[in-house]
Write a protein that binds this ligand. Structure first.
Ligand SMILES: Cc1ncc(COP(=O)(O)O)c(C=O)c1O
Length: 389
């Protein structure tokens, strides 16, 4: 039986949500997915409530909407509502988590050297409070074998903080196996899942991670200004984060300045007034994801990204991502000594890619087509360096 991912009418309908596809080949969704049509409509609805109701919009619409959004995140992760906090950014979520640990007995934090910078910065910033950060070094700049974590985690280790998917290689880390390693040694696992949630099926309870963070910029199609924090149920009651704000209180609307009475649920990791416009677009993006279905998104990602990888290999590119679609998300990286030049040359031809140091990065989403992958390969062919990097 054909899956939804093979139905041209459905693919066309989802593509029509992204008017940018009329003009450009957009291959930068692992940085920021463009605003879908329903996201724009959600912004209009937001403006209307704000314009017409002013502060009453909080009670008539926004407080409820924020709770609905917590529920959306819980649904995407397979979590329970009370395990979810809204955050302004993954960086802020990590700081709140970091502020909840006691480093007096265990002061070591393990991070991978191919992790997103904020995954290191959060803990490096605590060095003056005695935290020591140890980086495990990826042997190939693509993967981080579990044995490296196994070796690094010891009885001084408070936690491992690493990506579910690494942002330059698309490599999918086995976070369940990593959680087992951490827990066997008495450490916690904090996962940065920004690059995985919305791209691969995931059940946060089955993964057994202690904390997990992510946001809506990328595969969730909700844009900037909104992120989430998951805290495993047994991690909530005993946690006393110090990086918080009044929205972390049991009842913020008692306006009690003299006491900290933390919420009994994961909201205790929240800060202040959330970006409501981003909540509207986030809900729209997640609604679209639900309609398409994560299985279809995943199969489109595998199909499209593998076409790019195979084509680039055939042209002789030095591929910087995982080669097998099953082991990565649709992040395709190509090594080049001047990736900005390649990205510029693609842009002039109507193809939007991105770069990171030494890497051209192409990231299709469900709305891209095989024809676009072929056109991108045509454009890439003359841009390859003849002396491979
Ligand atoms: C893996 C990963 N973590 C974190 C971030 C950034 O998070 P934020 O800007 O919300 O702090 C990104 C990308 O922007 C990312 O790819």
């Amino acid at each position: 039986m054909p899956s939804a991912g093979d139905d041209p009418a459905l693919i066309a309908r989802w593509r029509a949500e992204f008017p940018i596809t009329d003009r450009l080949i957009y291959l930068n969704s692992c940085s920021l997915t463009p605003l879908p049509v329903r996201g724009a409509a959600a912004l209009e609805a937001y403006a209307k409530t704000w314009t017409e109701l002013g502060g009453r919009a909080w009670y008539q619409h926004w407080v409820g909407l924020l709770d609905d959004l917590r529920g959306d995140f819980a649904g995407v992760l397979g979590a329970d509502l009370d395990e979810i906090a809204l955050e302004p950014a993954v960086s802020a979520a990590l700081v709140s988590i970091a502020s909840s640990f006691d480093y007096s007995k265990r002061n070591k934090v393990v991070v991978a050297d191919i992790d997103f910078p904020t995954d290191g910065h959060t803990w490096l910033a605590l060095e003056r409070q005695g935290v020591q950060v140890e980086f495990v070094h990826s042997p190939d700049g693509v993967t981080v074998p579990l044995e490296l974590f196994e070796r690094a985690v010891d009885d001084r280790t408070a936690l491992v903080c690493t990506g579910h998917v690494y942002y330059t290689s698309g490599y999918i880390q086995d976070v369940k196996a990593l959680a087992d390693i951490c827990h066997r040694k008495g450490a916690a696992l904090v996962v940065d899942a920004y690059q995985s949630i919305g791209a691969i099926p995931f059940d946060v309870h089955a993964s057994d991670v202690d904390f997990l963070v992510g946001g809506t910029l990328k595969w969730l199609m909700g844009g900037p200004g909104m992120a989430f924090l998951y805290a495993r149920r047994d991690r909530i009651a005993g946690s006393h984060p110090s990086a918080i704000g009044w929205w972390a209180m049991r009842d913020p609307f008692t306006f009690d300045v003299q006491h900290v009475d933390l919420a009994p649920n994961a909201r205790r990791f929240e800060y202040g007034t959330p970006a409501v416009a981003a909540a509207y677009t986030s809900r729209a993006g997640i609604e679209l994801l639900r309609e398409i279905g994560i299985a279809t998104v995943r199969s489109r990602h595998m199909l499209l990204s593998q076409r790019l990888v195979d084509g680039a290999l055939a042209q002789g590119w030095n591929v910087g991502c995982v080669r097998e679609a099953e082991r990565r998300t649709p992040i395709v990286t190509l090594r080049h000594s001047d990736p900005a030049r390649v990205v510029d040359a693609l842009r002039v031809q109507g193809c939007i890619a991105d770069y990171r140091p030494g890497l051209v990065r192409l990231s299709p989403h469900h709305f891209n087509t095989e024809a676009e992958m072929d056109r991108t390969l045509e454009l890439l062919a003359p841009l390859r360096e003849t002396v491979p990097v």
